[in-house]
Design a binder for this molecule. Sequence first.
Ligand code: NAD
Length: 377
Amino acid sequence: MRIGVPKETWPGELRTALVPANAKKLIRAGFEIVAESGLGQGAGFSDHDYTEAGVKLQSNHQSVVADADLVLRVRKPSASEVGWLRRGAIQVSFLDPFNERALVDALAEQGVTAISMEMIPRSTRAQKMDALSSQDNLAGYVTVIQAAYHSIKAFPMMMTPSGTIRPCRVFVIGVGVAGLQAIATAKRLGARVEAFDTRPVTAEQVRSLGAKFVEIDLGEVGQTEQGYAKALTEEQIALQKEGQKKVIAESDVVITTAKLFGRPAPRIVSRDMLEAMQPGSVVVDMAVETGGNVEGAVLDQVTEIGGVKVIGQGNLPSQVSRNASEMYSNNLVNLIEEFWDVDNKQMVLDPEDEIIRLAVITRAGEIVNETIRNLNT
Ligand code: NAD
């Protein structure tokens, strides 16, 4: 089976879907790998690293895609790239299937088996393939590094002969994978950390990291079967805003990571809350790509609102492209190994398998994923 790995074409994307160590592993298992020259450039891997691993390099982007049985990439393919895919080929990447109906339709029409990495379930068995987690974990780390860079205050407490510096106060809103890593990173830097999430189960996780959970009574909230947050009602959002107002005003740094799976992110930090913060404070909106948690946050920009810097940097995992590529590539290889039939040298994607049922979006000319098929119909 031939695996094709084209260079990412998404503007500013520095990650790569396959790192040399994993290429070597797959080649040893019997795969042929053809990749585009310069594949690992953004993640610090040279062409030599790939050729040494046994990868065949080509400079023609189209043929890397068109001649492959299995295409690996980080970002969704463009419409023209879909047109190059072989009928029956498997294409694995993030796909954003909730917002990309035309792309999903095109993949189905092309007869491609498209696997969407966002749709890998959050189960124990699928953990090793969970790219949302591997990338969000690093994104959470980056939010704090960015906040620290833009902050006019140091994070740790320092007792010096010149005086005492009090620890920076950080408030993390949204305690999923990214939020937990943001808390841990801010704690490592010595900040005093508080956090809030609508899912009550997160309170204990926050405390176990040595941070304080901000209690806000929203009434009945709960979570979905997959563990995702349910959308709040208008009244609950108002209660949350009221409950977090004082903490935001007293924080030096606010990091928001609140998301709703398959839906726009909730808008939970309003302009008046920003204006109540001390000038020089920093707010990082990690949800800016899916609608934004913070009023006034602009994708890929640092805006200033009432003297507060609002950071809307997108694609945070790409800031640590080396580790993000290694983790993502591990997720892909684990996926391939899970469904690779060693004896018959083919991928076996059983529609009855839970991971396949949820992560395969199109197959043999159809949209086979029930959730995506039934969207807006
Ligand atoms: P996510 O990225 O969908 O959302 C981030 C966080 O935002 C969530 O914790 C969510 O509860 C929170 N949120 C939503 N609306 C909010 C609001 N108005 N205010 C404050 N917070 C709000 O979440 P995720 O990191 O992808 O995690 C989703 C779920 O999957 C969690 O339950 C997590 O524990 C679970 N998970 C399980 C596994 C596994 O078992 N293998 C792996 C990873 C994640």
